[in-house]
Design a protein around this ligand. Structure first.
Ligand SMILES: *Cc1c(COP(=O)(O)O)cnc(C)c1O
Length: 428
């Protein structure tokens, strides 16, 4: 029995499902999750000491790779001076100033410890600001696991939300209306009917949680117009895309300015840190200036904030995103060439360094298309890649991430592993 298998059995008797976040359990691909002992650059090592090229990057944060020397140094230094005080520190100012410079729609921001807190708090704020209760989200977008956001798509016009999970009161879910990605007609219908009750639209400006799905041309700017007309707020959940697709996130790429933005993942350089921010007029409703309560014992934690500052500094160097784009494009081209050669039906959706390979479909512009992908083929692909030392997200509906730590040799090796599997798959 492998070390990972032994550890998984031990974990499962004390921790529900053996994991502290469900996607880690490999339910979608089968098998036993690897227990990771350490990471270095583009590599992770399992409990056996086996090395893998990592394209999960802790599900998004590790754009610099594992154990980047600068981040290690900063965290060490800070830890030695005390990790938390529950009182303000100058590091929080430095981070806020940096984020506000890089993401101009953010005039003020508040730090929290997880993306879930960021979206939940942004919505509370939007409701308080507008005096309305309903929110609109998009089928397939994930915004953390707070009650009102765990709502599935409905069909038809403005289907009233049904909770996605037991434990979410139907009354909460009813305040969430679900629209469809890249479907402006449906969104317009929802606004025609409920506009005066809608506090905010929340969206991943590039969908990353149903695999990568790009917004079609004009989709985001049309949402901006619709929300503005109805005096509803627009919230961009850039927890994945922030500092990933550009320093200023997807809003820089698509030139659409939301009222509020949620950040996380890369923001903390791998430590628990997230934020929400936007126009001062809205943010000033937060306690202690205004009446909207929001707080956190470890919010703005110096250790996480210092890692975040160091990460953003490294990402602000000239040419970093060009370098990341070049690596990612090289990787996409390599995979595409193999698909062509083997005549496998699949499509790669990529924006910068985030991408998903969907099998058995030739176009994915909505979560409905994504759901039609060949999940069995994905499992076969996932396990074959693992066998050859490549660690991918264990689900067909996740983004894989290229980091600055991936070398050309890493990418070549991955493409060659893919070619090996694809040739066998094409033979059936
Ligand atoms: C990961 C993620 C979240 C939730 O962040 P957590 O830190 O896991 O709570 C929210 N929104 C998006 C788009 C995410 O990808």
């Amino acid at each position: 029995m492998t070390q990972s298998r032994k550890l998984f059995q031990r974990a499962a008797s004390k921790i529900p499902g053996g994991v502290n976040s469900p996607v880690r359990a490999w339910k979608a691909v089968g098998g036993t999750p690897l227990f990771i002992s350490r990471g270095q650059g583009s590599y992770i090592f399992d409990a056996e000491g086996r090395r893998y090229i990592d394209f999960v990057g802790s599900w998004g944060p590790l754009i610099l790779g594992h154990a980047h020397p600068k981040i290690v140094q900063v965290v060490r230094q800070r830890a030695a001076s005390g990790v938390t005080f529950g009182a303000p520190t100058m590091f929080e100012i430095e981070l806020a100033e940096t984020v506000e410079r890089l993401v101009p729609s953010i005039e003020k921001l508040r730090l929290v410890s997880s993306g879930t807190e960021a979206t939940m708090s942004a919505i509370r704020l939007a409701r308080a600001y507008t005096g309305r209760t309903k929110i609109v989200k998009f089928d397939g977008c994930y915004h953390g696991h707070s009650d009102g956001l765990l709502v599935k798509a409905g069909s038809g016009v403005a289907t009233l939300g049904l909770p996605d999970s037991p434990g979410v009161p139907a009354g909460f879910a009813r305040e969430t209306l679900t629209s469809k990605y890249n479907d402006l007609k449906l969104l317009q219908k929802i606004f025609d009917r409920h506009g005066k009750d809608i506090a905010a639209v929340i969206i991943e400006p590039i969908c990353g949680n149903m695999g990568v799905i790009q917004p079609e041309l004009g989709f985001l700017s049309a949402i901006r117009e619709i929300t503005q007309k109805s005096n509803s707020l627009l919230i961009f959940d850039e927890v994945i895309t922030g500092f990933r697709v550009a320093l200023g996130g997807a809003q820089e790429l698509f030139r659409v300015k939301p009222d509020l933005t949620c950040l996380g993942k890369i923001l903390g350089g791998g430590l628990p840190l997230a934020a929400f921010g936007g126009r001062s007029e809205i943010m000033n409703l937060l306690a202690p200036v205004g009446p909207v309560y929001q707080a956190g014992t470890l919010s703005g934690n110096p250790l996480a904030v210092s890692a975040g500052i160091a990460t953003l500094k490294l990402l602000s160097r000239q040419g970093v995103y060009d370098q990341l784009e070049a690596k990612s494009k090289y990787f996409e081209d390599g995979i595409s060439a193999v698909l062509d050669q083997c005549r496998l039906c699949a499509v790669i959706n990529r924006v910068g360094s985030m991408m998903t390979l969907f099998f058995g479909v030739d176009r994915v512009t909505s979560p409905d298309h994504a759901r039609k992908c060949d999940q069995k083929q994905f499992s076969s692909f996932f396990h074959a890649m693992l066998e050859r030392g490549v660690y991918l997200p264990p689900s067909p509906f996740e983004a894989m991430f290229v980091s600055l730590a991936h070398s050309t040799a890493d990418l070549k090796k991955t493409i060659s592993a893919f070619s090996h599997w694809a040739q066998a798959a094409a033979r059936g």
